[in-house]
Design a binder for this molecule. Structure first.
Ligand code: NAD
Length: 511
């Protein structure tokens, strides 16, 4: 089955299992590789070549050349290329979805859902290709015409995290390409095959249309390779998705050279459950938000802030729901949750459990490793629920695992204070039928997050809106709404169609 998936996605095997990176010219050089493992069974999927410094320089050189051609292509024609990419993704949704599920470990449904997000952003970008509007502005001078135009930036460098190995790239790349930029992608070293598959499908479309394939490249490797990109002044915009630690490092590098930056970093997302909540809705939203992608979404629900009057009842329901969660092979559609990505993630999870105990937390649903059932790797962990003080240090951290904290509140103000008390500001939600609470939550005095949902969980987002968060989440926005403007430079243009030159500030020269 793996062979068929690889074939469909253009991933070629060499020397009994080594996967060639992106350029065959690697063949003659001393090649360094990273291995891609499936966390579901700890089996090696492939070895993937790491980009060398020399190859990185060459990639940037080719990208700059490609930009000179691509920026001249009318935007609707660029949109047509993206439309074709969306079509090939539709055709290979199943194979790419399976590869995502296999390499990253998320459930098959979520893997295919991620590819669907790629298709959706392609559709969005096609529409956008005819809507890159500027403004006409009233000039204060006679016979003058003032306007704004948007031009592409040049090279957009995309750094992505392991947990959304294909969708995050497409949110950036499809918009950036339609705007006339070229892209260089540094995917997570934990999911390099997904990147190669996306690239192969795109290259197929570019070749069929006679477009220089250097408008989109992939460079593989760890943060060293990422650092070449962030420190290179030729990369006009860096869009980096990952941990807050990474964001702080990248911000310094890009800031040193005054480059443009989009940061999409960690979250610590809370859901307020009001006494006037629809309880079934709240329960479904909580469980999906906490265990989806094994708690490894930037928008995963980590904190439930529950009103005292319904707390015991809701926690009982939660306990019951957790008993029904099936954990196991993500490719088996009967399972709700797959493994964590690797041993480091398991170690972080276990250390968080210890910290919860140290800080006086009490487990409503116990966490830990599975000893009672045999699973195909050691990366499967128990989804758990802990009751703890909202002020505990561990609650303020983003542990990238299925750990859900339940916190009690009495007044609405108290709930909001708890919700806003973390340094991260990505997603937030309130479950209530009370219109006053709902409106207050989305007002300027309410949630301080980039995303504020009413009667929807914290997890996931539609591509039509701008996606991103405040505070330590980095402040970046990508995907829909007017996020495209970040991928372009604004030019203010004034045209004088008269024969006089009125000077500013009433100054006149008498020549
Ligand atoms: P990570 O920070 O370890 O790595 C992310 C990417 O950054 C990788 O490609 C890595 O190689 C690269 N990188 C790391 N340090 C770098 C440096 N100094 N310079 C250049 N590149 C560097 O994150 P991860 O473990 O892959 O992903 C999980 C984190 O990502 C979580 O915190 C999650 O919340 C966050 N995330 C945020 C969003 C969002 O949109 N806000 C989306 C997905 C994931």
């Amino acid at each position: 089955m793996t062979k068929n998936i690889f074939e469909a996605l253009g991933i070629r095997e060499k020397n009994g299992g080594t996967i060639i990176g992106l350029r065959e010219s690697f063949d003659n050089k001393k090649i360094k590789e990273i291995s891609s493992f499936s966390p579901a069974n700890n089996r090696k999927l492939a070895d993937v070549t790491i980009t060398s410094r020399e190859e990185f320089n060459q990639t940037i050189f080719e990208a700059r050349k490609a930009f000179k051609e691509w920026r001249k292509v009318p935007p609707p024609q660029r949109g047509d290329i993206i439309r074709q990419y969306g079509d090939i993704l539709r055709k290979h949704k199943s194979e790419l979805g399976q590869l995502v599920s296999r390499e990253m470990g998320k459930s098959l449904q979520e893997g295919k859902g991620e590819v669907q997000e790629m298709i959706d952003i392609c559709d969005y970008a096609v529409g956008l290709s005819r809507q890159l509007y500027g403004k006409t502005i009233a000039s204060e001078r006679p016979n003058h015409h003032m306007l704004e135009r948007w031009h592409p930036l040049g090279i957009v460098g995309i750094i992505s995290a392991f947990n959304f190995p294909v969708a995050v790239w497409s949110w950036n790349a499809m918009i950036a390409l339609v705007c006339g930029n070229v892209c260089v992608w540094k995917p997570s070293e934990k999911t390099p095959l997904c990147a190669i598959a996306c690239q192969n499908l795109l290259v197929r479309i570019l070749r069929e249309n006679g477009i220089n394939t250097a408008i989109s490249s992939v460079i593989n490797g760890d943060r060293t390779v990422g650092n070449w990109m962030t420190s290179d002044p030729a990369v006009n915009l860096v869009s980096a998705t990952g941990s807050i630690r990474m964001g702080r490092e990248v911000a310094v590098e890009v800031g040193k050279r005054l480059g443009k930056l989009i940061l999409e970093l960690g979250g610590n997302n809370a859901m307020i459950i009001s006494p006037q909540a629809n309880m079934d809705l709240a329960l479904n939203a909580s469980v999906f938000g906490a265990i989806g992608t094994a708690g490894q979404r930037c928008t995963s629900t980590r904190r439930l802030i529950i009103h005292d009057s319904i707390y015991d009842d809701f926690v009982d329901k939660l306990k019951n729901a957790y008993k029904q969660i099936n954990v196991g092979d993500p490719l088996d559609e009967d399972n709700h949750m797959g493994p964590l990505i690797d041993q480091d993630a398991v170690d972080n999870y276990l250390s968080a459990l210890n910290q919860i105990r140290k800080e006086g937390g009490k487990f409503i649903v116990e966490g830990g490793l599975y000893t009672e059932k045999k699973l195909e790797s050691n990366f499967y962990v128990k989804p758990c629920v802990a009751e703890i003080s909202p002020d505990a240090n561990i609650v303020r951290e983003e542990t990238f695992a299925p750990i859900l904290y339940v916190l009690r509140y009495n007044t609405f103000e108290e709930a909001l204070t708890i919700q806003n008390s973390t340094s991260q500001g990505l997603s937030s939600s309130i479950i209530t039928e009370n219109v006053r609470e709902a409106e207050y939550f989305i007002s300027s005095e309410g949630s301080d997050c980039g995303i504020a949902n009413v009667n929807i969980g914290t997890s996931g987002a539609e591509i039509g809106g701008a996606f991103g968060g405040e505070k330590d989440t980095g402040g970046g926005r990508e995907s829909g709404s007017d996020a495209w403007k970040v991928y372009m430079r604004r030019q203010t243009i004034t045209i004088n169609f008269g024969s006089d030159i009125p000077l500013a500030q009433g100054i006149s020269f008498d020549f």
